[in-house]
Design a protein around this ligand. Structure first.
Ligand SMILES: Nc1ncnc2c1ncn2[C@@H]1O[C@H](COP(=O)(O)OP(=O)(O)OP(=O)(O)O)[C@@H](O)[C@H]1O
Ligand SMILES: [Mg+2]
Length: 251
């Protein structure tokens, strides 16, 4: 298996205030990667800097054996806060069709295959019944699922999802996790920022634990250790009574 993402000695700041430095890791294809850490740890910033959406102070990022500009079409990104104008009169289907943009012909009209992929993606997130609905008329969780459908429609090699389950109920979350596992089994890599530590332990193959630096990286056994969680979550970690399962208190 090849390396999909390689990050070397990455350092990022905003207006001279350091967010993190010295981040080094690499991820092979076919991995579900969880990015965890407390609020303000730099999780969203890590995604944006890997994706070349902000300037970095130091370091290198290699994606699919090259630079981000060459790989861009093969990458789907769902940001934490989507600043799409919800008053703009576009339908659910239109938003998902935007994911087909890299595949459209030069004259830009969707073909049958594009429409089929859009339909399939909407089915996968359980939103096919809403295809003609204006996006301004959806609930927060429904909107989130539409953005996921747009990412799926792109048929990308790499997925970067920033808190994709925010506002989503548990049955939709389970459905979407199954879908992400399906993508992983096809050899794709999926990076997911996720704040629920207990779920993160079971959801992901590889974990990135951040808090202004890379506190731990690797398998759940390597990352879910008392010292590492305590460092990230400032000591608010304890074990369940009568078990060795770690949990974060008020985390
Ligand atoms: N545009 C910005 N300008 C200045 N500082 C920023 C900006 N965006 C983020 N920050 C700061 O950088 C740090 C990391 O922010 P980031 O959004 O990456 O954290 P996060 O781990 O994603 O947090 P959360 O769990 O709350 O989403 C925080 O201290 C935040 O206040
Ligand atoms: Mg964030």
């Amino acid at each position: 298996m090849g390396i999909n993402v390689r990050v070397n000695n990455l350092a990022v700041s905003y207006n001279g205030v350091k967010v993190f430095e010295n981040i080094t890791f690499s991820v092979e294809s076919g991995q579900l990667v969880g990015i965890i850490g407390p609020n303000g740890a730099g999780k969203s910033t890590l995604l944006k800097s890997i994706l070349g959406l902000m300037s970095i102070d130091r370091g290198e990022v290699e994606i699919l054996d090259g630079s981000i500009s060459k790989a861009r079409r093969k990458i789907a990104y769902v940001p934490q806060r989507n600043d799409i104008n919800l008053d703009f009169p576009v339908s659910v289907e239109d938003v998902v069709m935007m994911g087909r943009f890299p595949h459209l012909t030069w004259w830009g009209l969707p073909r049958r295959k594009d429409r089929e992929v859009v339909t399939e993606s909407l089915k996968e997130v359980g939103m096919i019944g809403y295809r003609h609905r204006q996006i301004g008329q959806l609930s927060g969780g429904q909107l989130q699922r539409v953005f996921l459908a747009r990412a799926l429609a792109q048929e990308a090699e790499l997925f970067f999802l920033d808190e994709p389950f925010a506002g989503i109920d548990i049955s939709s979350e389970t459905m979407i996790m199954d879908l992400l596992r399906g993508l992983r089994n096809q050899g794709k890599s999926i990076f997911v920022v996720h704040h629920d530590l207990n779920k993160a332990e079971t959801y992901f193959d590889t974990l990135v634990l951040l808090k202004n630096r890379l506190i731990a990286f690797g398998s759940r056994e390597e990352v879910f250790r008392e010292e590492t969680l305590k460092e990230a979550y400032e000591g608010r970690v304890s074990t369940f009574a009568g078990s060795d399962k770690l949990m974060v208190v008020n985390g």
